[in-house]
Design a protein around this ligand. Structure first.
Ligand SMILES: Nc1ncnc2c1ncn2[C@@H]1O[C@H](COP(=O)(O)OP(=O)(O)O)[C@@H](O)[C@H]1O
Ligand SMILES: [Mg+2]
Length: 326
């Protein structure tokens, strides 16, 4: 059967007047990396994203709600008015990169490995201020080529606060309400900005709420929005400082990642113990082992010892350290 298909495509592609539009979707199907289409509101893609987030992400109810809403609205809209840009802010290890990859997995067959998903880290991809011109050309070309091939391309910018401001400004035309920029429609694209900016302020506010007796689950997006924008504006070393991105109001939503508490760290530890097959089932996991690993991490503030200073990021190394002890 496969052989038949292969021969058919081989013959078709070797014909001079091949209809590329007809053949390309089939090639992508073979490669398992097709450009995603508009979601039908109640189909499995929508619930796939919801379920994945619900099952895999701990302690980020605000993020879950916002991501579900904004991604669903954008992906189910056949003709969105602009590209969606989610600005995710929070401390290290709270799940920013993790959630971005869950979004990618729900939209693209190959997830982060899809050729329509681009993960760009300020310190890895754009480290030298003097090469800015080169970076700008690279970025423009990347966005144009990817969106030309697939309107629903996704661009994740990690450590956006460390990106040279001129480079952030290069992205703006693609985020604005451009109908046709060089004949390409960017309005279906998805942009995600990740940064640690405001992480400390979000933690302080979460701590204040804790002292006031406000339940973590009752903290809402609006309780944190002002704090994030103020922090992004006032952190002088951040490239978002007075950047055009903020001025142009192109950001669809500011999404705060709350600092993770000990109970969330224990959930990450259990996940890792199962992943590495230290235990077969969740019920077999020994509580004292989990506590021992939990104690290997650092917590803040000094007095309350509430939040893991590195979220779940260092759980793997601490788990291995404890489990390989004997
Ligand atoms: N909220 C969370 N729920 C479940 N696991 C998490 C969460 N936050 C972090 N993790 C785990 O910790 C790892 C590191 O988190 P990451 O998303 O890279 O943090 P950052 O916010 O610094 O980007 C993830 O790959 C995931 O395994
Ligand atoms: Mg990250």
């Amino acid at each position: 059967m496969c052989l038949k298909w292969f021969c058919f495509i081989a013959i078709a592609t070797s014909t001079v007047n091949v209809d590329a539009i007809w053949i390309l979707p089939r090639i992508c199907w073979f490669q398992g990396d097709c450009c995603p289409e508009t979601w039908i509101p109640e189909n499995s893609n929508v619930s796939g994203l919801f379920n994945r987030l619900q099952d895999k992400v701990y302690g980020q109810h605000i993020v879950l709600k916002a991501v579900k809403r904004y991604i669903k609205v954008h992906m189910t809209d056949k003709d969105p008015s602009k590209a969606v840009l989610l600005a995710m802010h929070g401390g290290t290890g709270t799940g920013k990169s993790y959630i971005s990859s869950i979004i990618a997995e729900s939209i693209y067959q190959k997830g982060m490995k899809s050729k329509f998903v681009h993960f760009l880290s300020a310190t890895i991809h754009f480290p030298h201020k003097n090469d800015i011109k080169q970076y700008q050309d690279y970025l423009r070309k990347l966005m144009e080529t990817s969106v030309k091939n697939c309107e629903r391309s996704m661009f994740i910018f990690d450590e956006i606060d460390k990106m040279p401001p001129d480079l952030i400004d290069t992205i703006i035309p693609y985020l604005n309400y451009y109908d046709n920029h060089s004949g390409i429609n960017y309005r279906k694209a998805i942009f995600i900005f990740l940064s640690n900016t405001a992480g400390r302020d979000i933690q302080q506010q979460t701590l204040n709420f804790w002292h006031e007796g406000k339940e973590r689950d009752s903290i809402e997006l609006k309780d944190m929005k002002k704090l994030i924008t103020t922090s992004a504006f006032n952190t002088k070393e951040s490239s978002l400082y007075h950047s055009d991105v903020l001025i142009h109001h192109v950001i669809t939503a500011y999404i705060p990642f709350l600092p993770l508490e000990r109970k969330h760290i224990r959930q990450c530890i259990k996940d890792y113990l199962l992943l590495k097959k230290y235990y077969k089932n969740c019920e077999d996991i020994k509580d004292e082992k989990v506590r021992e690993i939990e104690e290997q991490l650092q917590y803040s503030p000094e007095e309350e010892q509430l939040f893991s200073t590195t979220g779940c990021k260092r759980v793997p190394e601490k788990t291995i350290y404890v489990m390989e002890e004997d």
